[in-house]
Write a new protein. Structure first.
Length: 590
């Protein structure tokens, strides 16, 4: 029997660089600081410094250098809190001088592996959310040791430590990298860290363990707490700081519920650090109420994995989380390019990690199906994207492994032949189904949600543009004639003969979407969302095994059912949404 957790949908978003390059980037950004630095700029520097510190710790560089890196992260955390509490810009000149001295101590040129902190990049976790959380703990006057779980815990621990120090609490911090199976992580402190812990425990210190999550298992946070207990720290002095409180029965770590309840835990919750005009919460798929009526036309979603969305106070724009600091920079650039080209909605800028888009007057493309005019536009869009969002990709080994793994685990037999050559590497769109194609009142086509999903922590990541063309074929259920027309129109504009490689990408696309839909279903049991996901799952399964027993009983339809378009007219897509309150953070993060 196949277990959903056995499917392969998340990709490795780590990348390789060297210490000298990483330090040079941070040094360059610091030298450009003005005398008056805004909070968003300080946070961008803080994330860079946390990334550098984390990578150096993982590389086991000399203590002098790792200490200099952690001191820089601490200094930037203090600066960010100072700017936040005062509501005024920070003095960049003073910061530049202090940072330069710390960076001068970094001499390593070793290779580093850089991980992406998912909360900062994808899930709208604001670094100062943990400062707010620390301020609510009520620790009293006892000293504290803050332990950050690398990756994201490096930065979070610096913020928590800075906040405690501003509250007059003596606080120091450590970071640690749990190892082992994802459901059975183990944590081992160094000799120096054990000495720090023993000294602090003797002084009655509290121990705060910082990470986002917990994820599917909770084992990383539990492993650190239990490693502290093994060093004679009382469980009552250990506090787990996380982004949300888990559903204990759903955690995959052995005996997780009992283990978690040994410790006090506190959750940051859904961020309240939003752009000033972000008003109505429309995350978790609620944004579909703006665009689609009736609900039968909604696309299937995994609500907990959706970027955070808000509607503006005047109901004329949306805010979508793009990523904090340099994690969101590529998304912002793609959104700006889509807007300038006229292919996407109008991009109005960004604030606090969120991008702002104007709401156009639209009708829905899937009402009429893939007409020849729409096919021509789709082909032109893919040709444009292959050029404008080109990427450096030599091979798609991970994508092939994903497809083979998911196919074998679904059908209990190997996928014998699969090749994914890379001829036109690009950052793909990865949202090609009918609801994401909108027609304006002026008769122009707009592509919705086109900047985020081709290069996040899910597959595909940068790959051949054939991925998007395969997505169009599958999501629009194109017949042979329409499929041939789409590929011919694309090839005519690019001189790229995509036909020989398209079948492989259709298999890879369907293998990913099948697994994604199947893994999402248990998170939305018993409702319309589960039905939509099940419909998608069955459709992708038929693409992969059209002649399987029972397949003929599954109707292959577009990924959202067509609604009754009688009397449908162009309208502002925010016209009918009612104000909605934010759900708890548990509804949005695994």
């Amino acid at each position: 029997m196949t277990h959903d957790a056995d499917f392969y949908i998340f990709r490795d978003v780590r990348h390789r660089t060297d210490a000298a390059s990483l330090a040079a980037t941070l040094r360059s950004e610091l030298t450009r600081l003005s005398r008056c630095v805004q909070l968003d700029d300080l946070l961008a520097l803080l994330l860079r410094a946390g990334e550098l510190e984390c990578a150096l710790e993982d590389a086991h560089v000399p203590a002098l250098e790792s200490t200099a890196a952690s001191n820089l992260t601490d200094a930037l955390a203090q600066a960010a809190l100072c700017c936040d509490s005062s509501g005024r810009p920070y003095d960049g000149g003073e910061l530049r001088q202090a940072a330069a001295q710390m960076l001068a101590a970094l001499h390593s040129s070793c290779n580093l592996t850089i991980g992406t902190p998912e909360g900062f990049a994808y899930y709208a976790l604001h670094p100062l959310d943990y400062a707010d959380l620390a301020g609510r703990l009520g620790l009293g006057s006892a000293p504290a040791v803050v332990i950050g779980i690398r990756t994201i815990g490096t930065t979070l621990s610096a913020v928590v430590t800075a906040k405690l120090q501003r509250l007059g609490i003596t606080a120091e911090r450590l970071t640690i990298r749990p190892t082992g199976h994802p459901y059975r992580r183990q944590s081992r402190f160094t000799l120096w860290q054990k000495q720090v812990i023993a000294r602090a425990a003797a002084n009655g210190a509290m121990f705060l363990v910082c990470d986002e999550g917990p994820g599917r298992s909770g084992s990383s946070l539990l492993s650190v707490a239990e490693a502290l207990e093994a060093l004679d720290v009382p469980a009552g002095r250990i506090v787990i700081l996380c982004s949300h409180q888990p559903e204990l029965s759903a955690l995959c770590a052995p005996d997780a519920a009992r283990r978690w309840q040994r410790y006090r835990s506190a959750a940051a919750g859904l961020t309240q650090r939003l752009p000033p005009d972000a008003d109505d919460y429309i995350g978790g798929g609620e944004w579909r109420r703006i665009c689609f009526s009736p609900e039968a036309s909604w696309p299937a979603l995994w609500p907990q994995m959706e970027p955070l969305h808000y509607l503006s106070r005047d109901r004329q724009a949306t805010f979508t989380f793009e990523g904090h600091g340099h994690y969101g920079a590529p998304v912002r650039a793609r959104n700006a390019s889509l807007s300038e080209s006229g292919l996407g909605t109008t991009y109005l800028g960004h604030k606090s990690g969120f991008g702002m888009h104007a709401l156009p007057e639209v009708s829905l493309a899937h009402r009429t199906g893939a007409t020849p005019e729409l096919l021509a536009h789709m082909a032109a869009y893919c040709a444009w994207r292959a050029t404008e969002f080109s990427a450096e990709v030599a091979r798609c080994d991970a994508l092939e492994l994903m497809a083979r793994t998911n196919f074998e685990r679904e059908f209990n037999r190997p996928l014998k032949e699969l090749e994914l050559p890379v001829e036109r590497p690009a950052i793909c769109d990865n949202r090609m189904s009918p609801p994401y194609w909108l027609s304006t009142s002026e008769g122009r086509w707009l592509k919705l949600d086109a900047a985020i999903h081709g290069d996040d922590h899910f597959f595909p990541g940068p790959c051949d543009i054939a991925w998007d063309l395969a997505g169009l074929i599958i999501e629009w259920d194109l017949d042979k004639a329409a499929r041939k027309q789409l590929l011919a129109l694309y090839s005519r504009q690019t001189s790229d003969d995509v036909e020989p490689r398209i079948r492989g990408y259709e298999i890879a696309y369907a293998s990913f979407r099948l697994a994604w839909s199947k893994m999402a279903m248990p998170t939305v049991r018993g409702g319309d969302e589960e039905r939509r996901l099940l419909n998608d799952y069955r459709r992708y399964r038929r693409v992969l095994q059209p002649d399987a027993p029972g397949a003929s009983g599954v109707r292959c339809v577009p990924s959202c059912a067509e609604g009754d378009d009688s009397g449908e007219t162009s309208r502002p897509i925010a016209a009918s949404i009612a104000p909605r309150q934010p759900a708890s953070c548990e509804d949005h993060l695994l």
